[in-house]
Structures are given as structure tokens and as C-alpha cells.
Write a protein that binds this ligand. Structure first.
Ligand code: HEC
Length: 250
């Protein structure tokens, strides 16, 4: 009798202690809508600049060449040089110097190449992910992420967006179910007004959408030419028809 009580108490203590470690991913809010428009060259240019500043230290775009980026984004040689930090030649791929083994040691995960991430995860996911970090002292980086639970990536924008705590509410009877995200509480305000911050993340997302499918720009230009051709062709066909049938009617 004594033994079972003791055992039960011990089991309860162990279960309680392990609870934070075994906590399941919370139910995230719905994804935000990313303002994607790859025809907006100014947005792509800003997105490229910010990507090089805040992401390139860890992530690569190894399926895109600098020269292609320069051409597609209408950057002159000097503007392209500024983006490249003088580190490579324009015909080279967009890579960084981070050794994979070191990265795994630092973060526990190697930062993945982001060339096609926009096709894999979708623009809305990236846009929401970059704005969904919250304070979590149990994580090595001090932060967690609502759409990528227990992510190894630190929050690249904490100083712009500010530091936030997330409030969760337990679902189910007696509050035993999953945790549902309710709202953020700002702990340290960010340095950027929220609208400007959303725009910045939007530009980076737009840039990653372009990188995932650089031929889309060409396809769009071709599509417009095809449409113009079709309109002109229809007009000529109509005029020709009128010309031919004129004599038949009279
Ligand atoms: C300090 C290094 C570091 C910086 C800076 C960084 N990341 Fe990351 N990122 C990581 C790591 C590490 C992972 C892998 C996370 C994991 O698997 O848990 C990751 C994962 C991601 C993912 C998820 C990819 C996937 O396929 O799951 C995206 C998207 C991403 N990062 C975008 C960005 C963007 C955009 C920036 C710049 C605003 C950025 N990252 C800055 C280290 C970094």
C-alpha cells in the first residue's frame, strides 16, 4: 500500500517534470496573406538587399547566379557589387562561406538552402513564419515559432519586431487538451513601425518567390506579348472577314 502510493507520487512528479519537454506543438493562428507581386521590381530589389543583410549569413540560394539576379532585378553593375559585398564573381552562384559542420554545431540544424523554399512551403507560410517568433526560455535561441515549432533558427528580426510573449489557452474539458494560440504580449517594443516591418518581410517573401521560379518573369513578359498578338490577330481576322463578306451581301 505504502509502496503504491509512493510509486504513484513519484510517477506524478516525473510526469509533471517531463510535461514541458513533451509539450506538443501549439495550435497556430491561420497563415497571414503574403503580398506577392514578382512584377514589382522595386520590391524585389529591396527584398534582395534585405535577404543579403539578414539571411545570407546562414542561408544560400545556390541555384541562382549573381549575374542572373542582376539582370532580372534590373540592377546595374555597381548596385549588384554592393549586394555581393565584393565576395564573388557575377557568374558564381549565390552562396555563403558558412561551413555546414559548424552550422550544425551552432544551431543543431544546418540552415537549408532557400532557392526553392517558396515552392515547397508557399509564400504565405514564409511570410507568417518570419513574423511568428515568440519568447521561449526553454529553447537554446530563447525563441520559438508558432508555425515552425521548436525551430533551430534564431529570430533575425527581434530588434525590428520587438520581443513578444505568446499567450495560449488550453482546449478541451478541464484545460487538458492542446494549447491554442490566443495573442502576443509585447515585452520589448521593436524599432520599426508594424506596417513598415510587414512591408520589409513582404519584400523578402516576394524575393524568395521570384528566386524559386526566376523564369516566371520571362513567362509573364512572353504572356503579355502573346496576348497582344492575339488581340491584333483577332482584329485583322475581323477586318478580313468584313472585307470578304462585303461583296457577298450586296
Ligand atoms: C543565424 C542563422 C540564420 C539566419 C540569420 C537566418 N536563418 Fe533561417 N534558418 C536557420 C536554421 C538553422 C534553420 C533550420 C531550422 C530547423 O530546421 O529547425 C532555418 C530555417 C529557415 C526556413 C525554413 C526552411 C525549411 O525548408 O524548413 C526559412 C524559410 C528560413 N530559415 C528563412 C530565413 C530568412 C528569410 C532569413 C532572413 C530574414 C533567415 N532565415 C535568417 C538559420 C538562420
Amino acid at each position: 500500500m505504502m509502496r503504491t502510493t509512493l510509486f504513484r507520487t513519484l510517477a506524478a512528479v516525473v510526469a509533471l517534470g517531463a510535461a514541458p519537454l513533451l509539450e506538443a506543438a501549439p495550435i497556430p493562428p491561420p497563415l497571414m496573406h503574403a503580398p506577392v507581386n514578382v512584377a514589382d521590381t522595386a520590391s524585389l530589389q529591396r527584398g534582395a538587399r534585405d535577404f543579403m543583410n539578414y539571411c545570407m549569413g546562414c542561408h544560400e540560394l545556390k541555384y541562382e547566379r549573381w549575374s542572373r539576379l542582376g539582370r532580372d532585378l534590373k540592377l546595374g553593375p555597381r548596385a549588384l557589387r554592393r549586394l555581393m559585398f565584393l565576395q564573388t564573381k557575377p557568374y558564381q552562384m549565390i552562396t555563403n562561406a558558412m561551413p555546414k559542420a559548424e552550422a550544425i554545431k551552432f544551431f543543431g540544424e544546418a540552415p537549408p538552402d532557400l532557392s526553392v523554399v517558396a515552392s515547397e512551403k508557399g509564400a504565405d507560410w514564409i511570410y507568417t513564419y518570419l513574423q511568428s517568433f515568440y519568447l521561449d526560455p526553454s529553447r537554446p535561441t530563447g525563441v520559438n515559432n508558432l508555425v515552425f515549432y521548436n525551430v533551430a533558427m534564431p529570430d533575425p528580426f527581434w530588434h525590428m519586431q520587438g520581443l513578444r510573449r505568446a499567450v495560449f489557452r488550453r482546449t478541451g474539458a478541464h484545460g487538458t487538451g492542446a494549447r491554442r494560440f490566443v495573442r502576443y504580449v509585447t515585452v520589448v517594443p521593436g524599432s520599426m513601425p508594424p506596417a513598415a516591418f510587414h512591408r520589409r518581410v513582404g519584400n523578402i517573401t516576394n524575393f524568395l518567390v521570384y528566386v524559386a521560379n526566376p523564369d516566371r518573369l520571362k513567362a509573364m513578359a512572353l504572356g503579355i506579348r502573346v496576348l497582344v498578338f492575339l488581340v491584333l490577330f483577332t482584329l485583322f481576322a475581323y477586318l478580313l472577314k468584313r472585307e470578304v463578306w462585303k461583296d457577298v451581301h450586296h
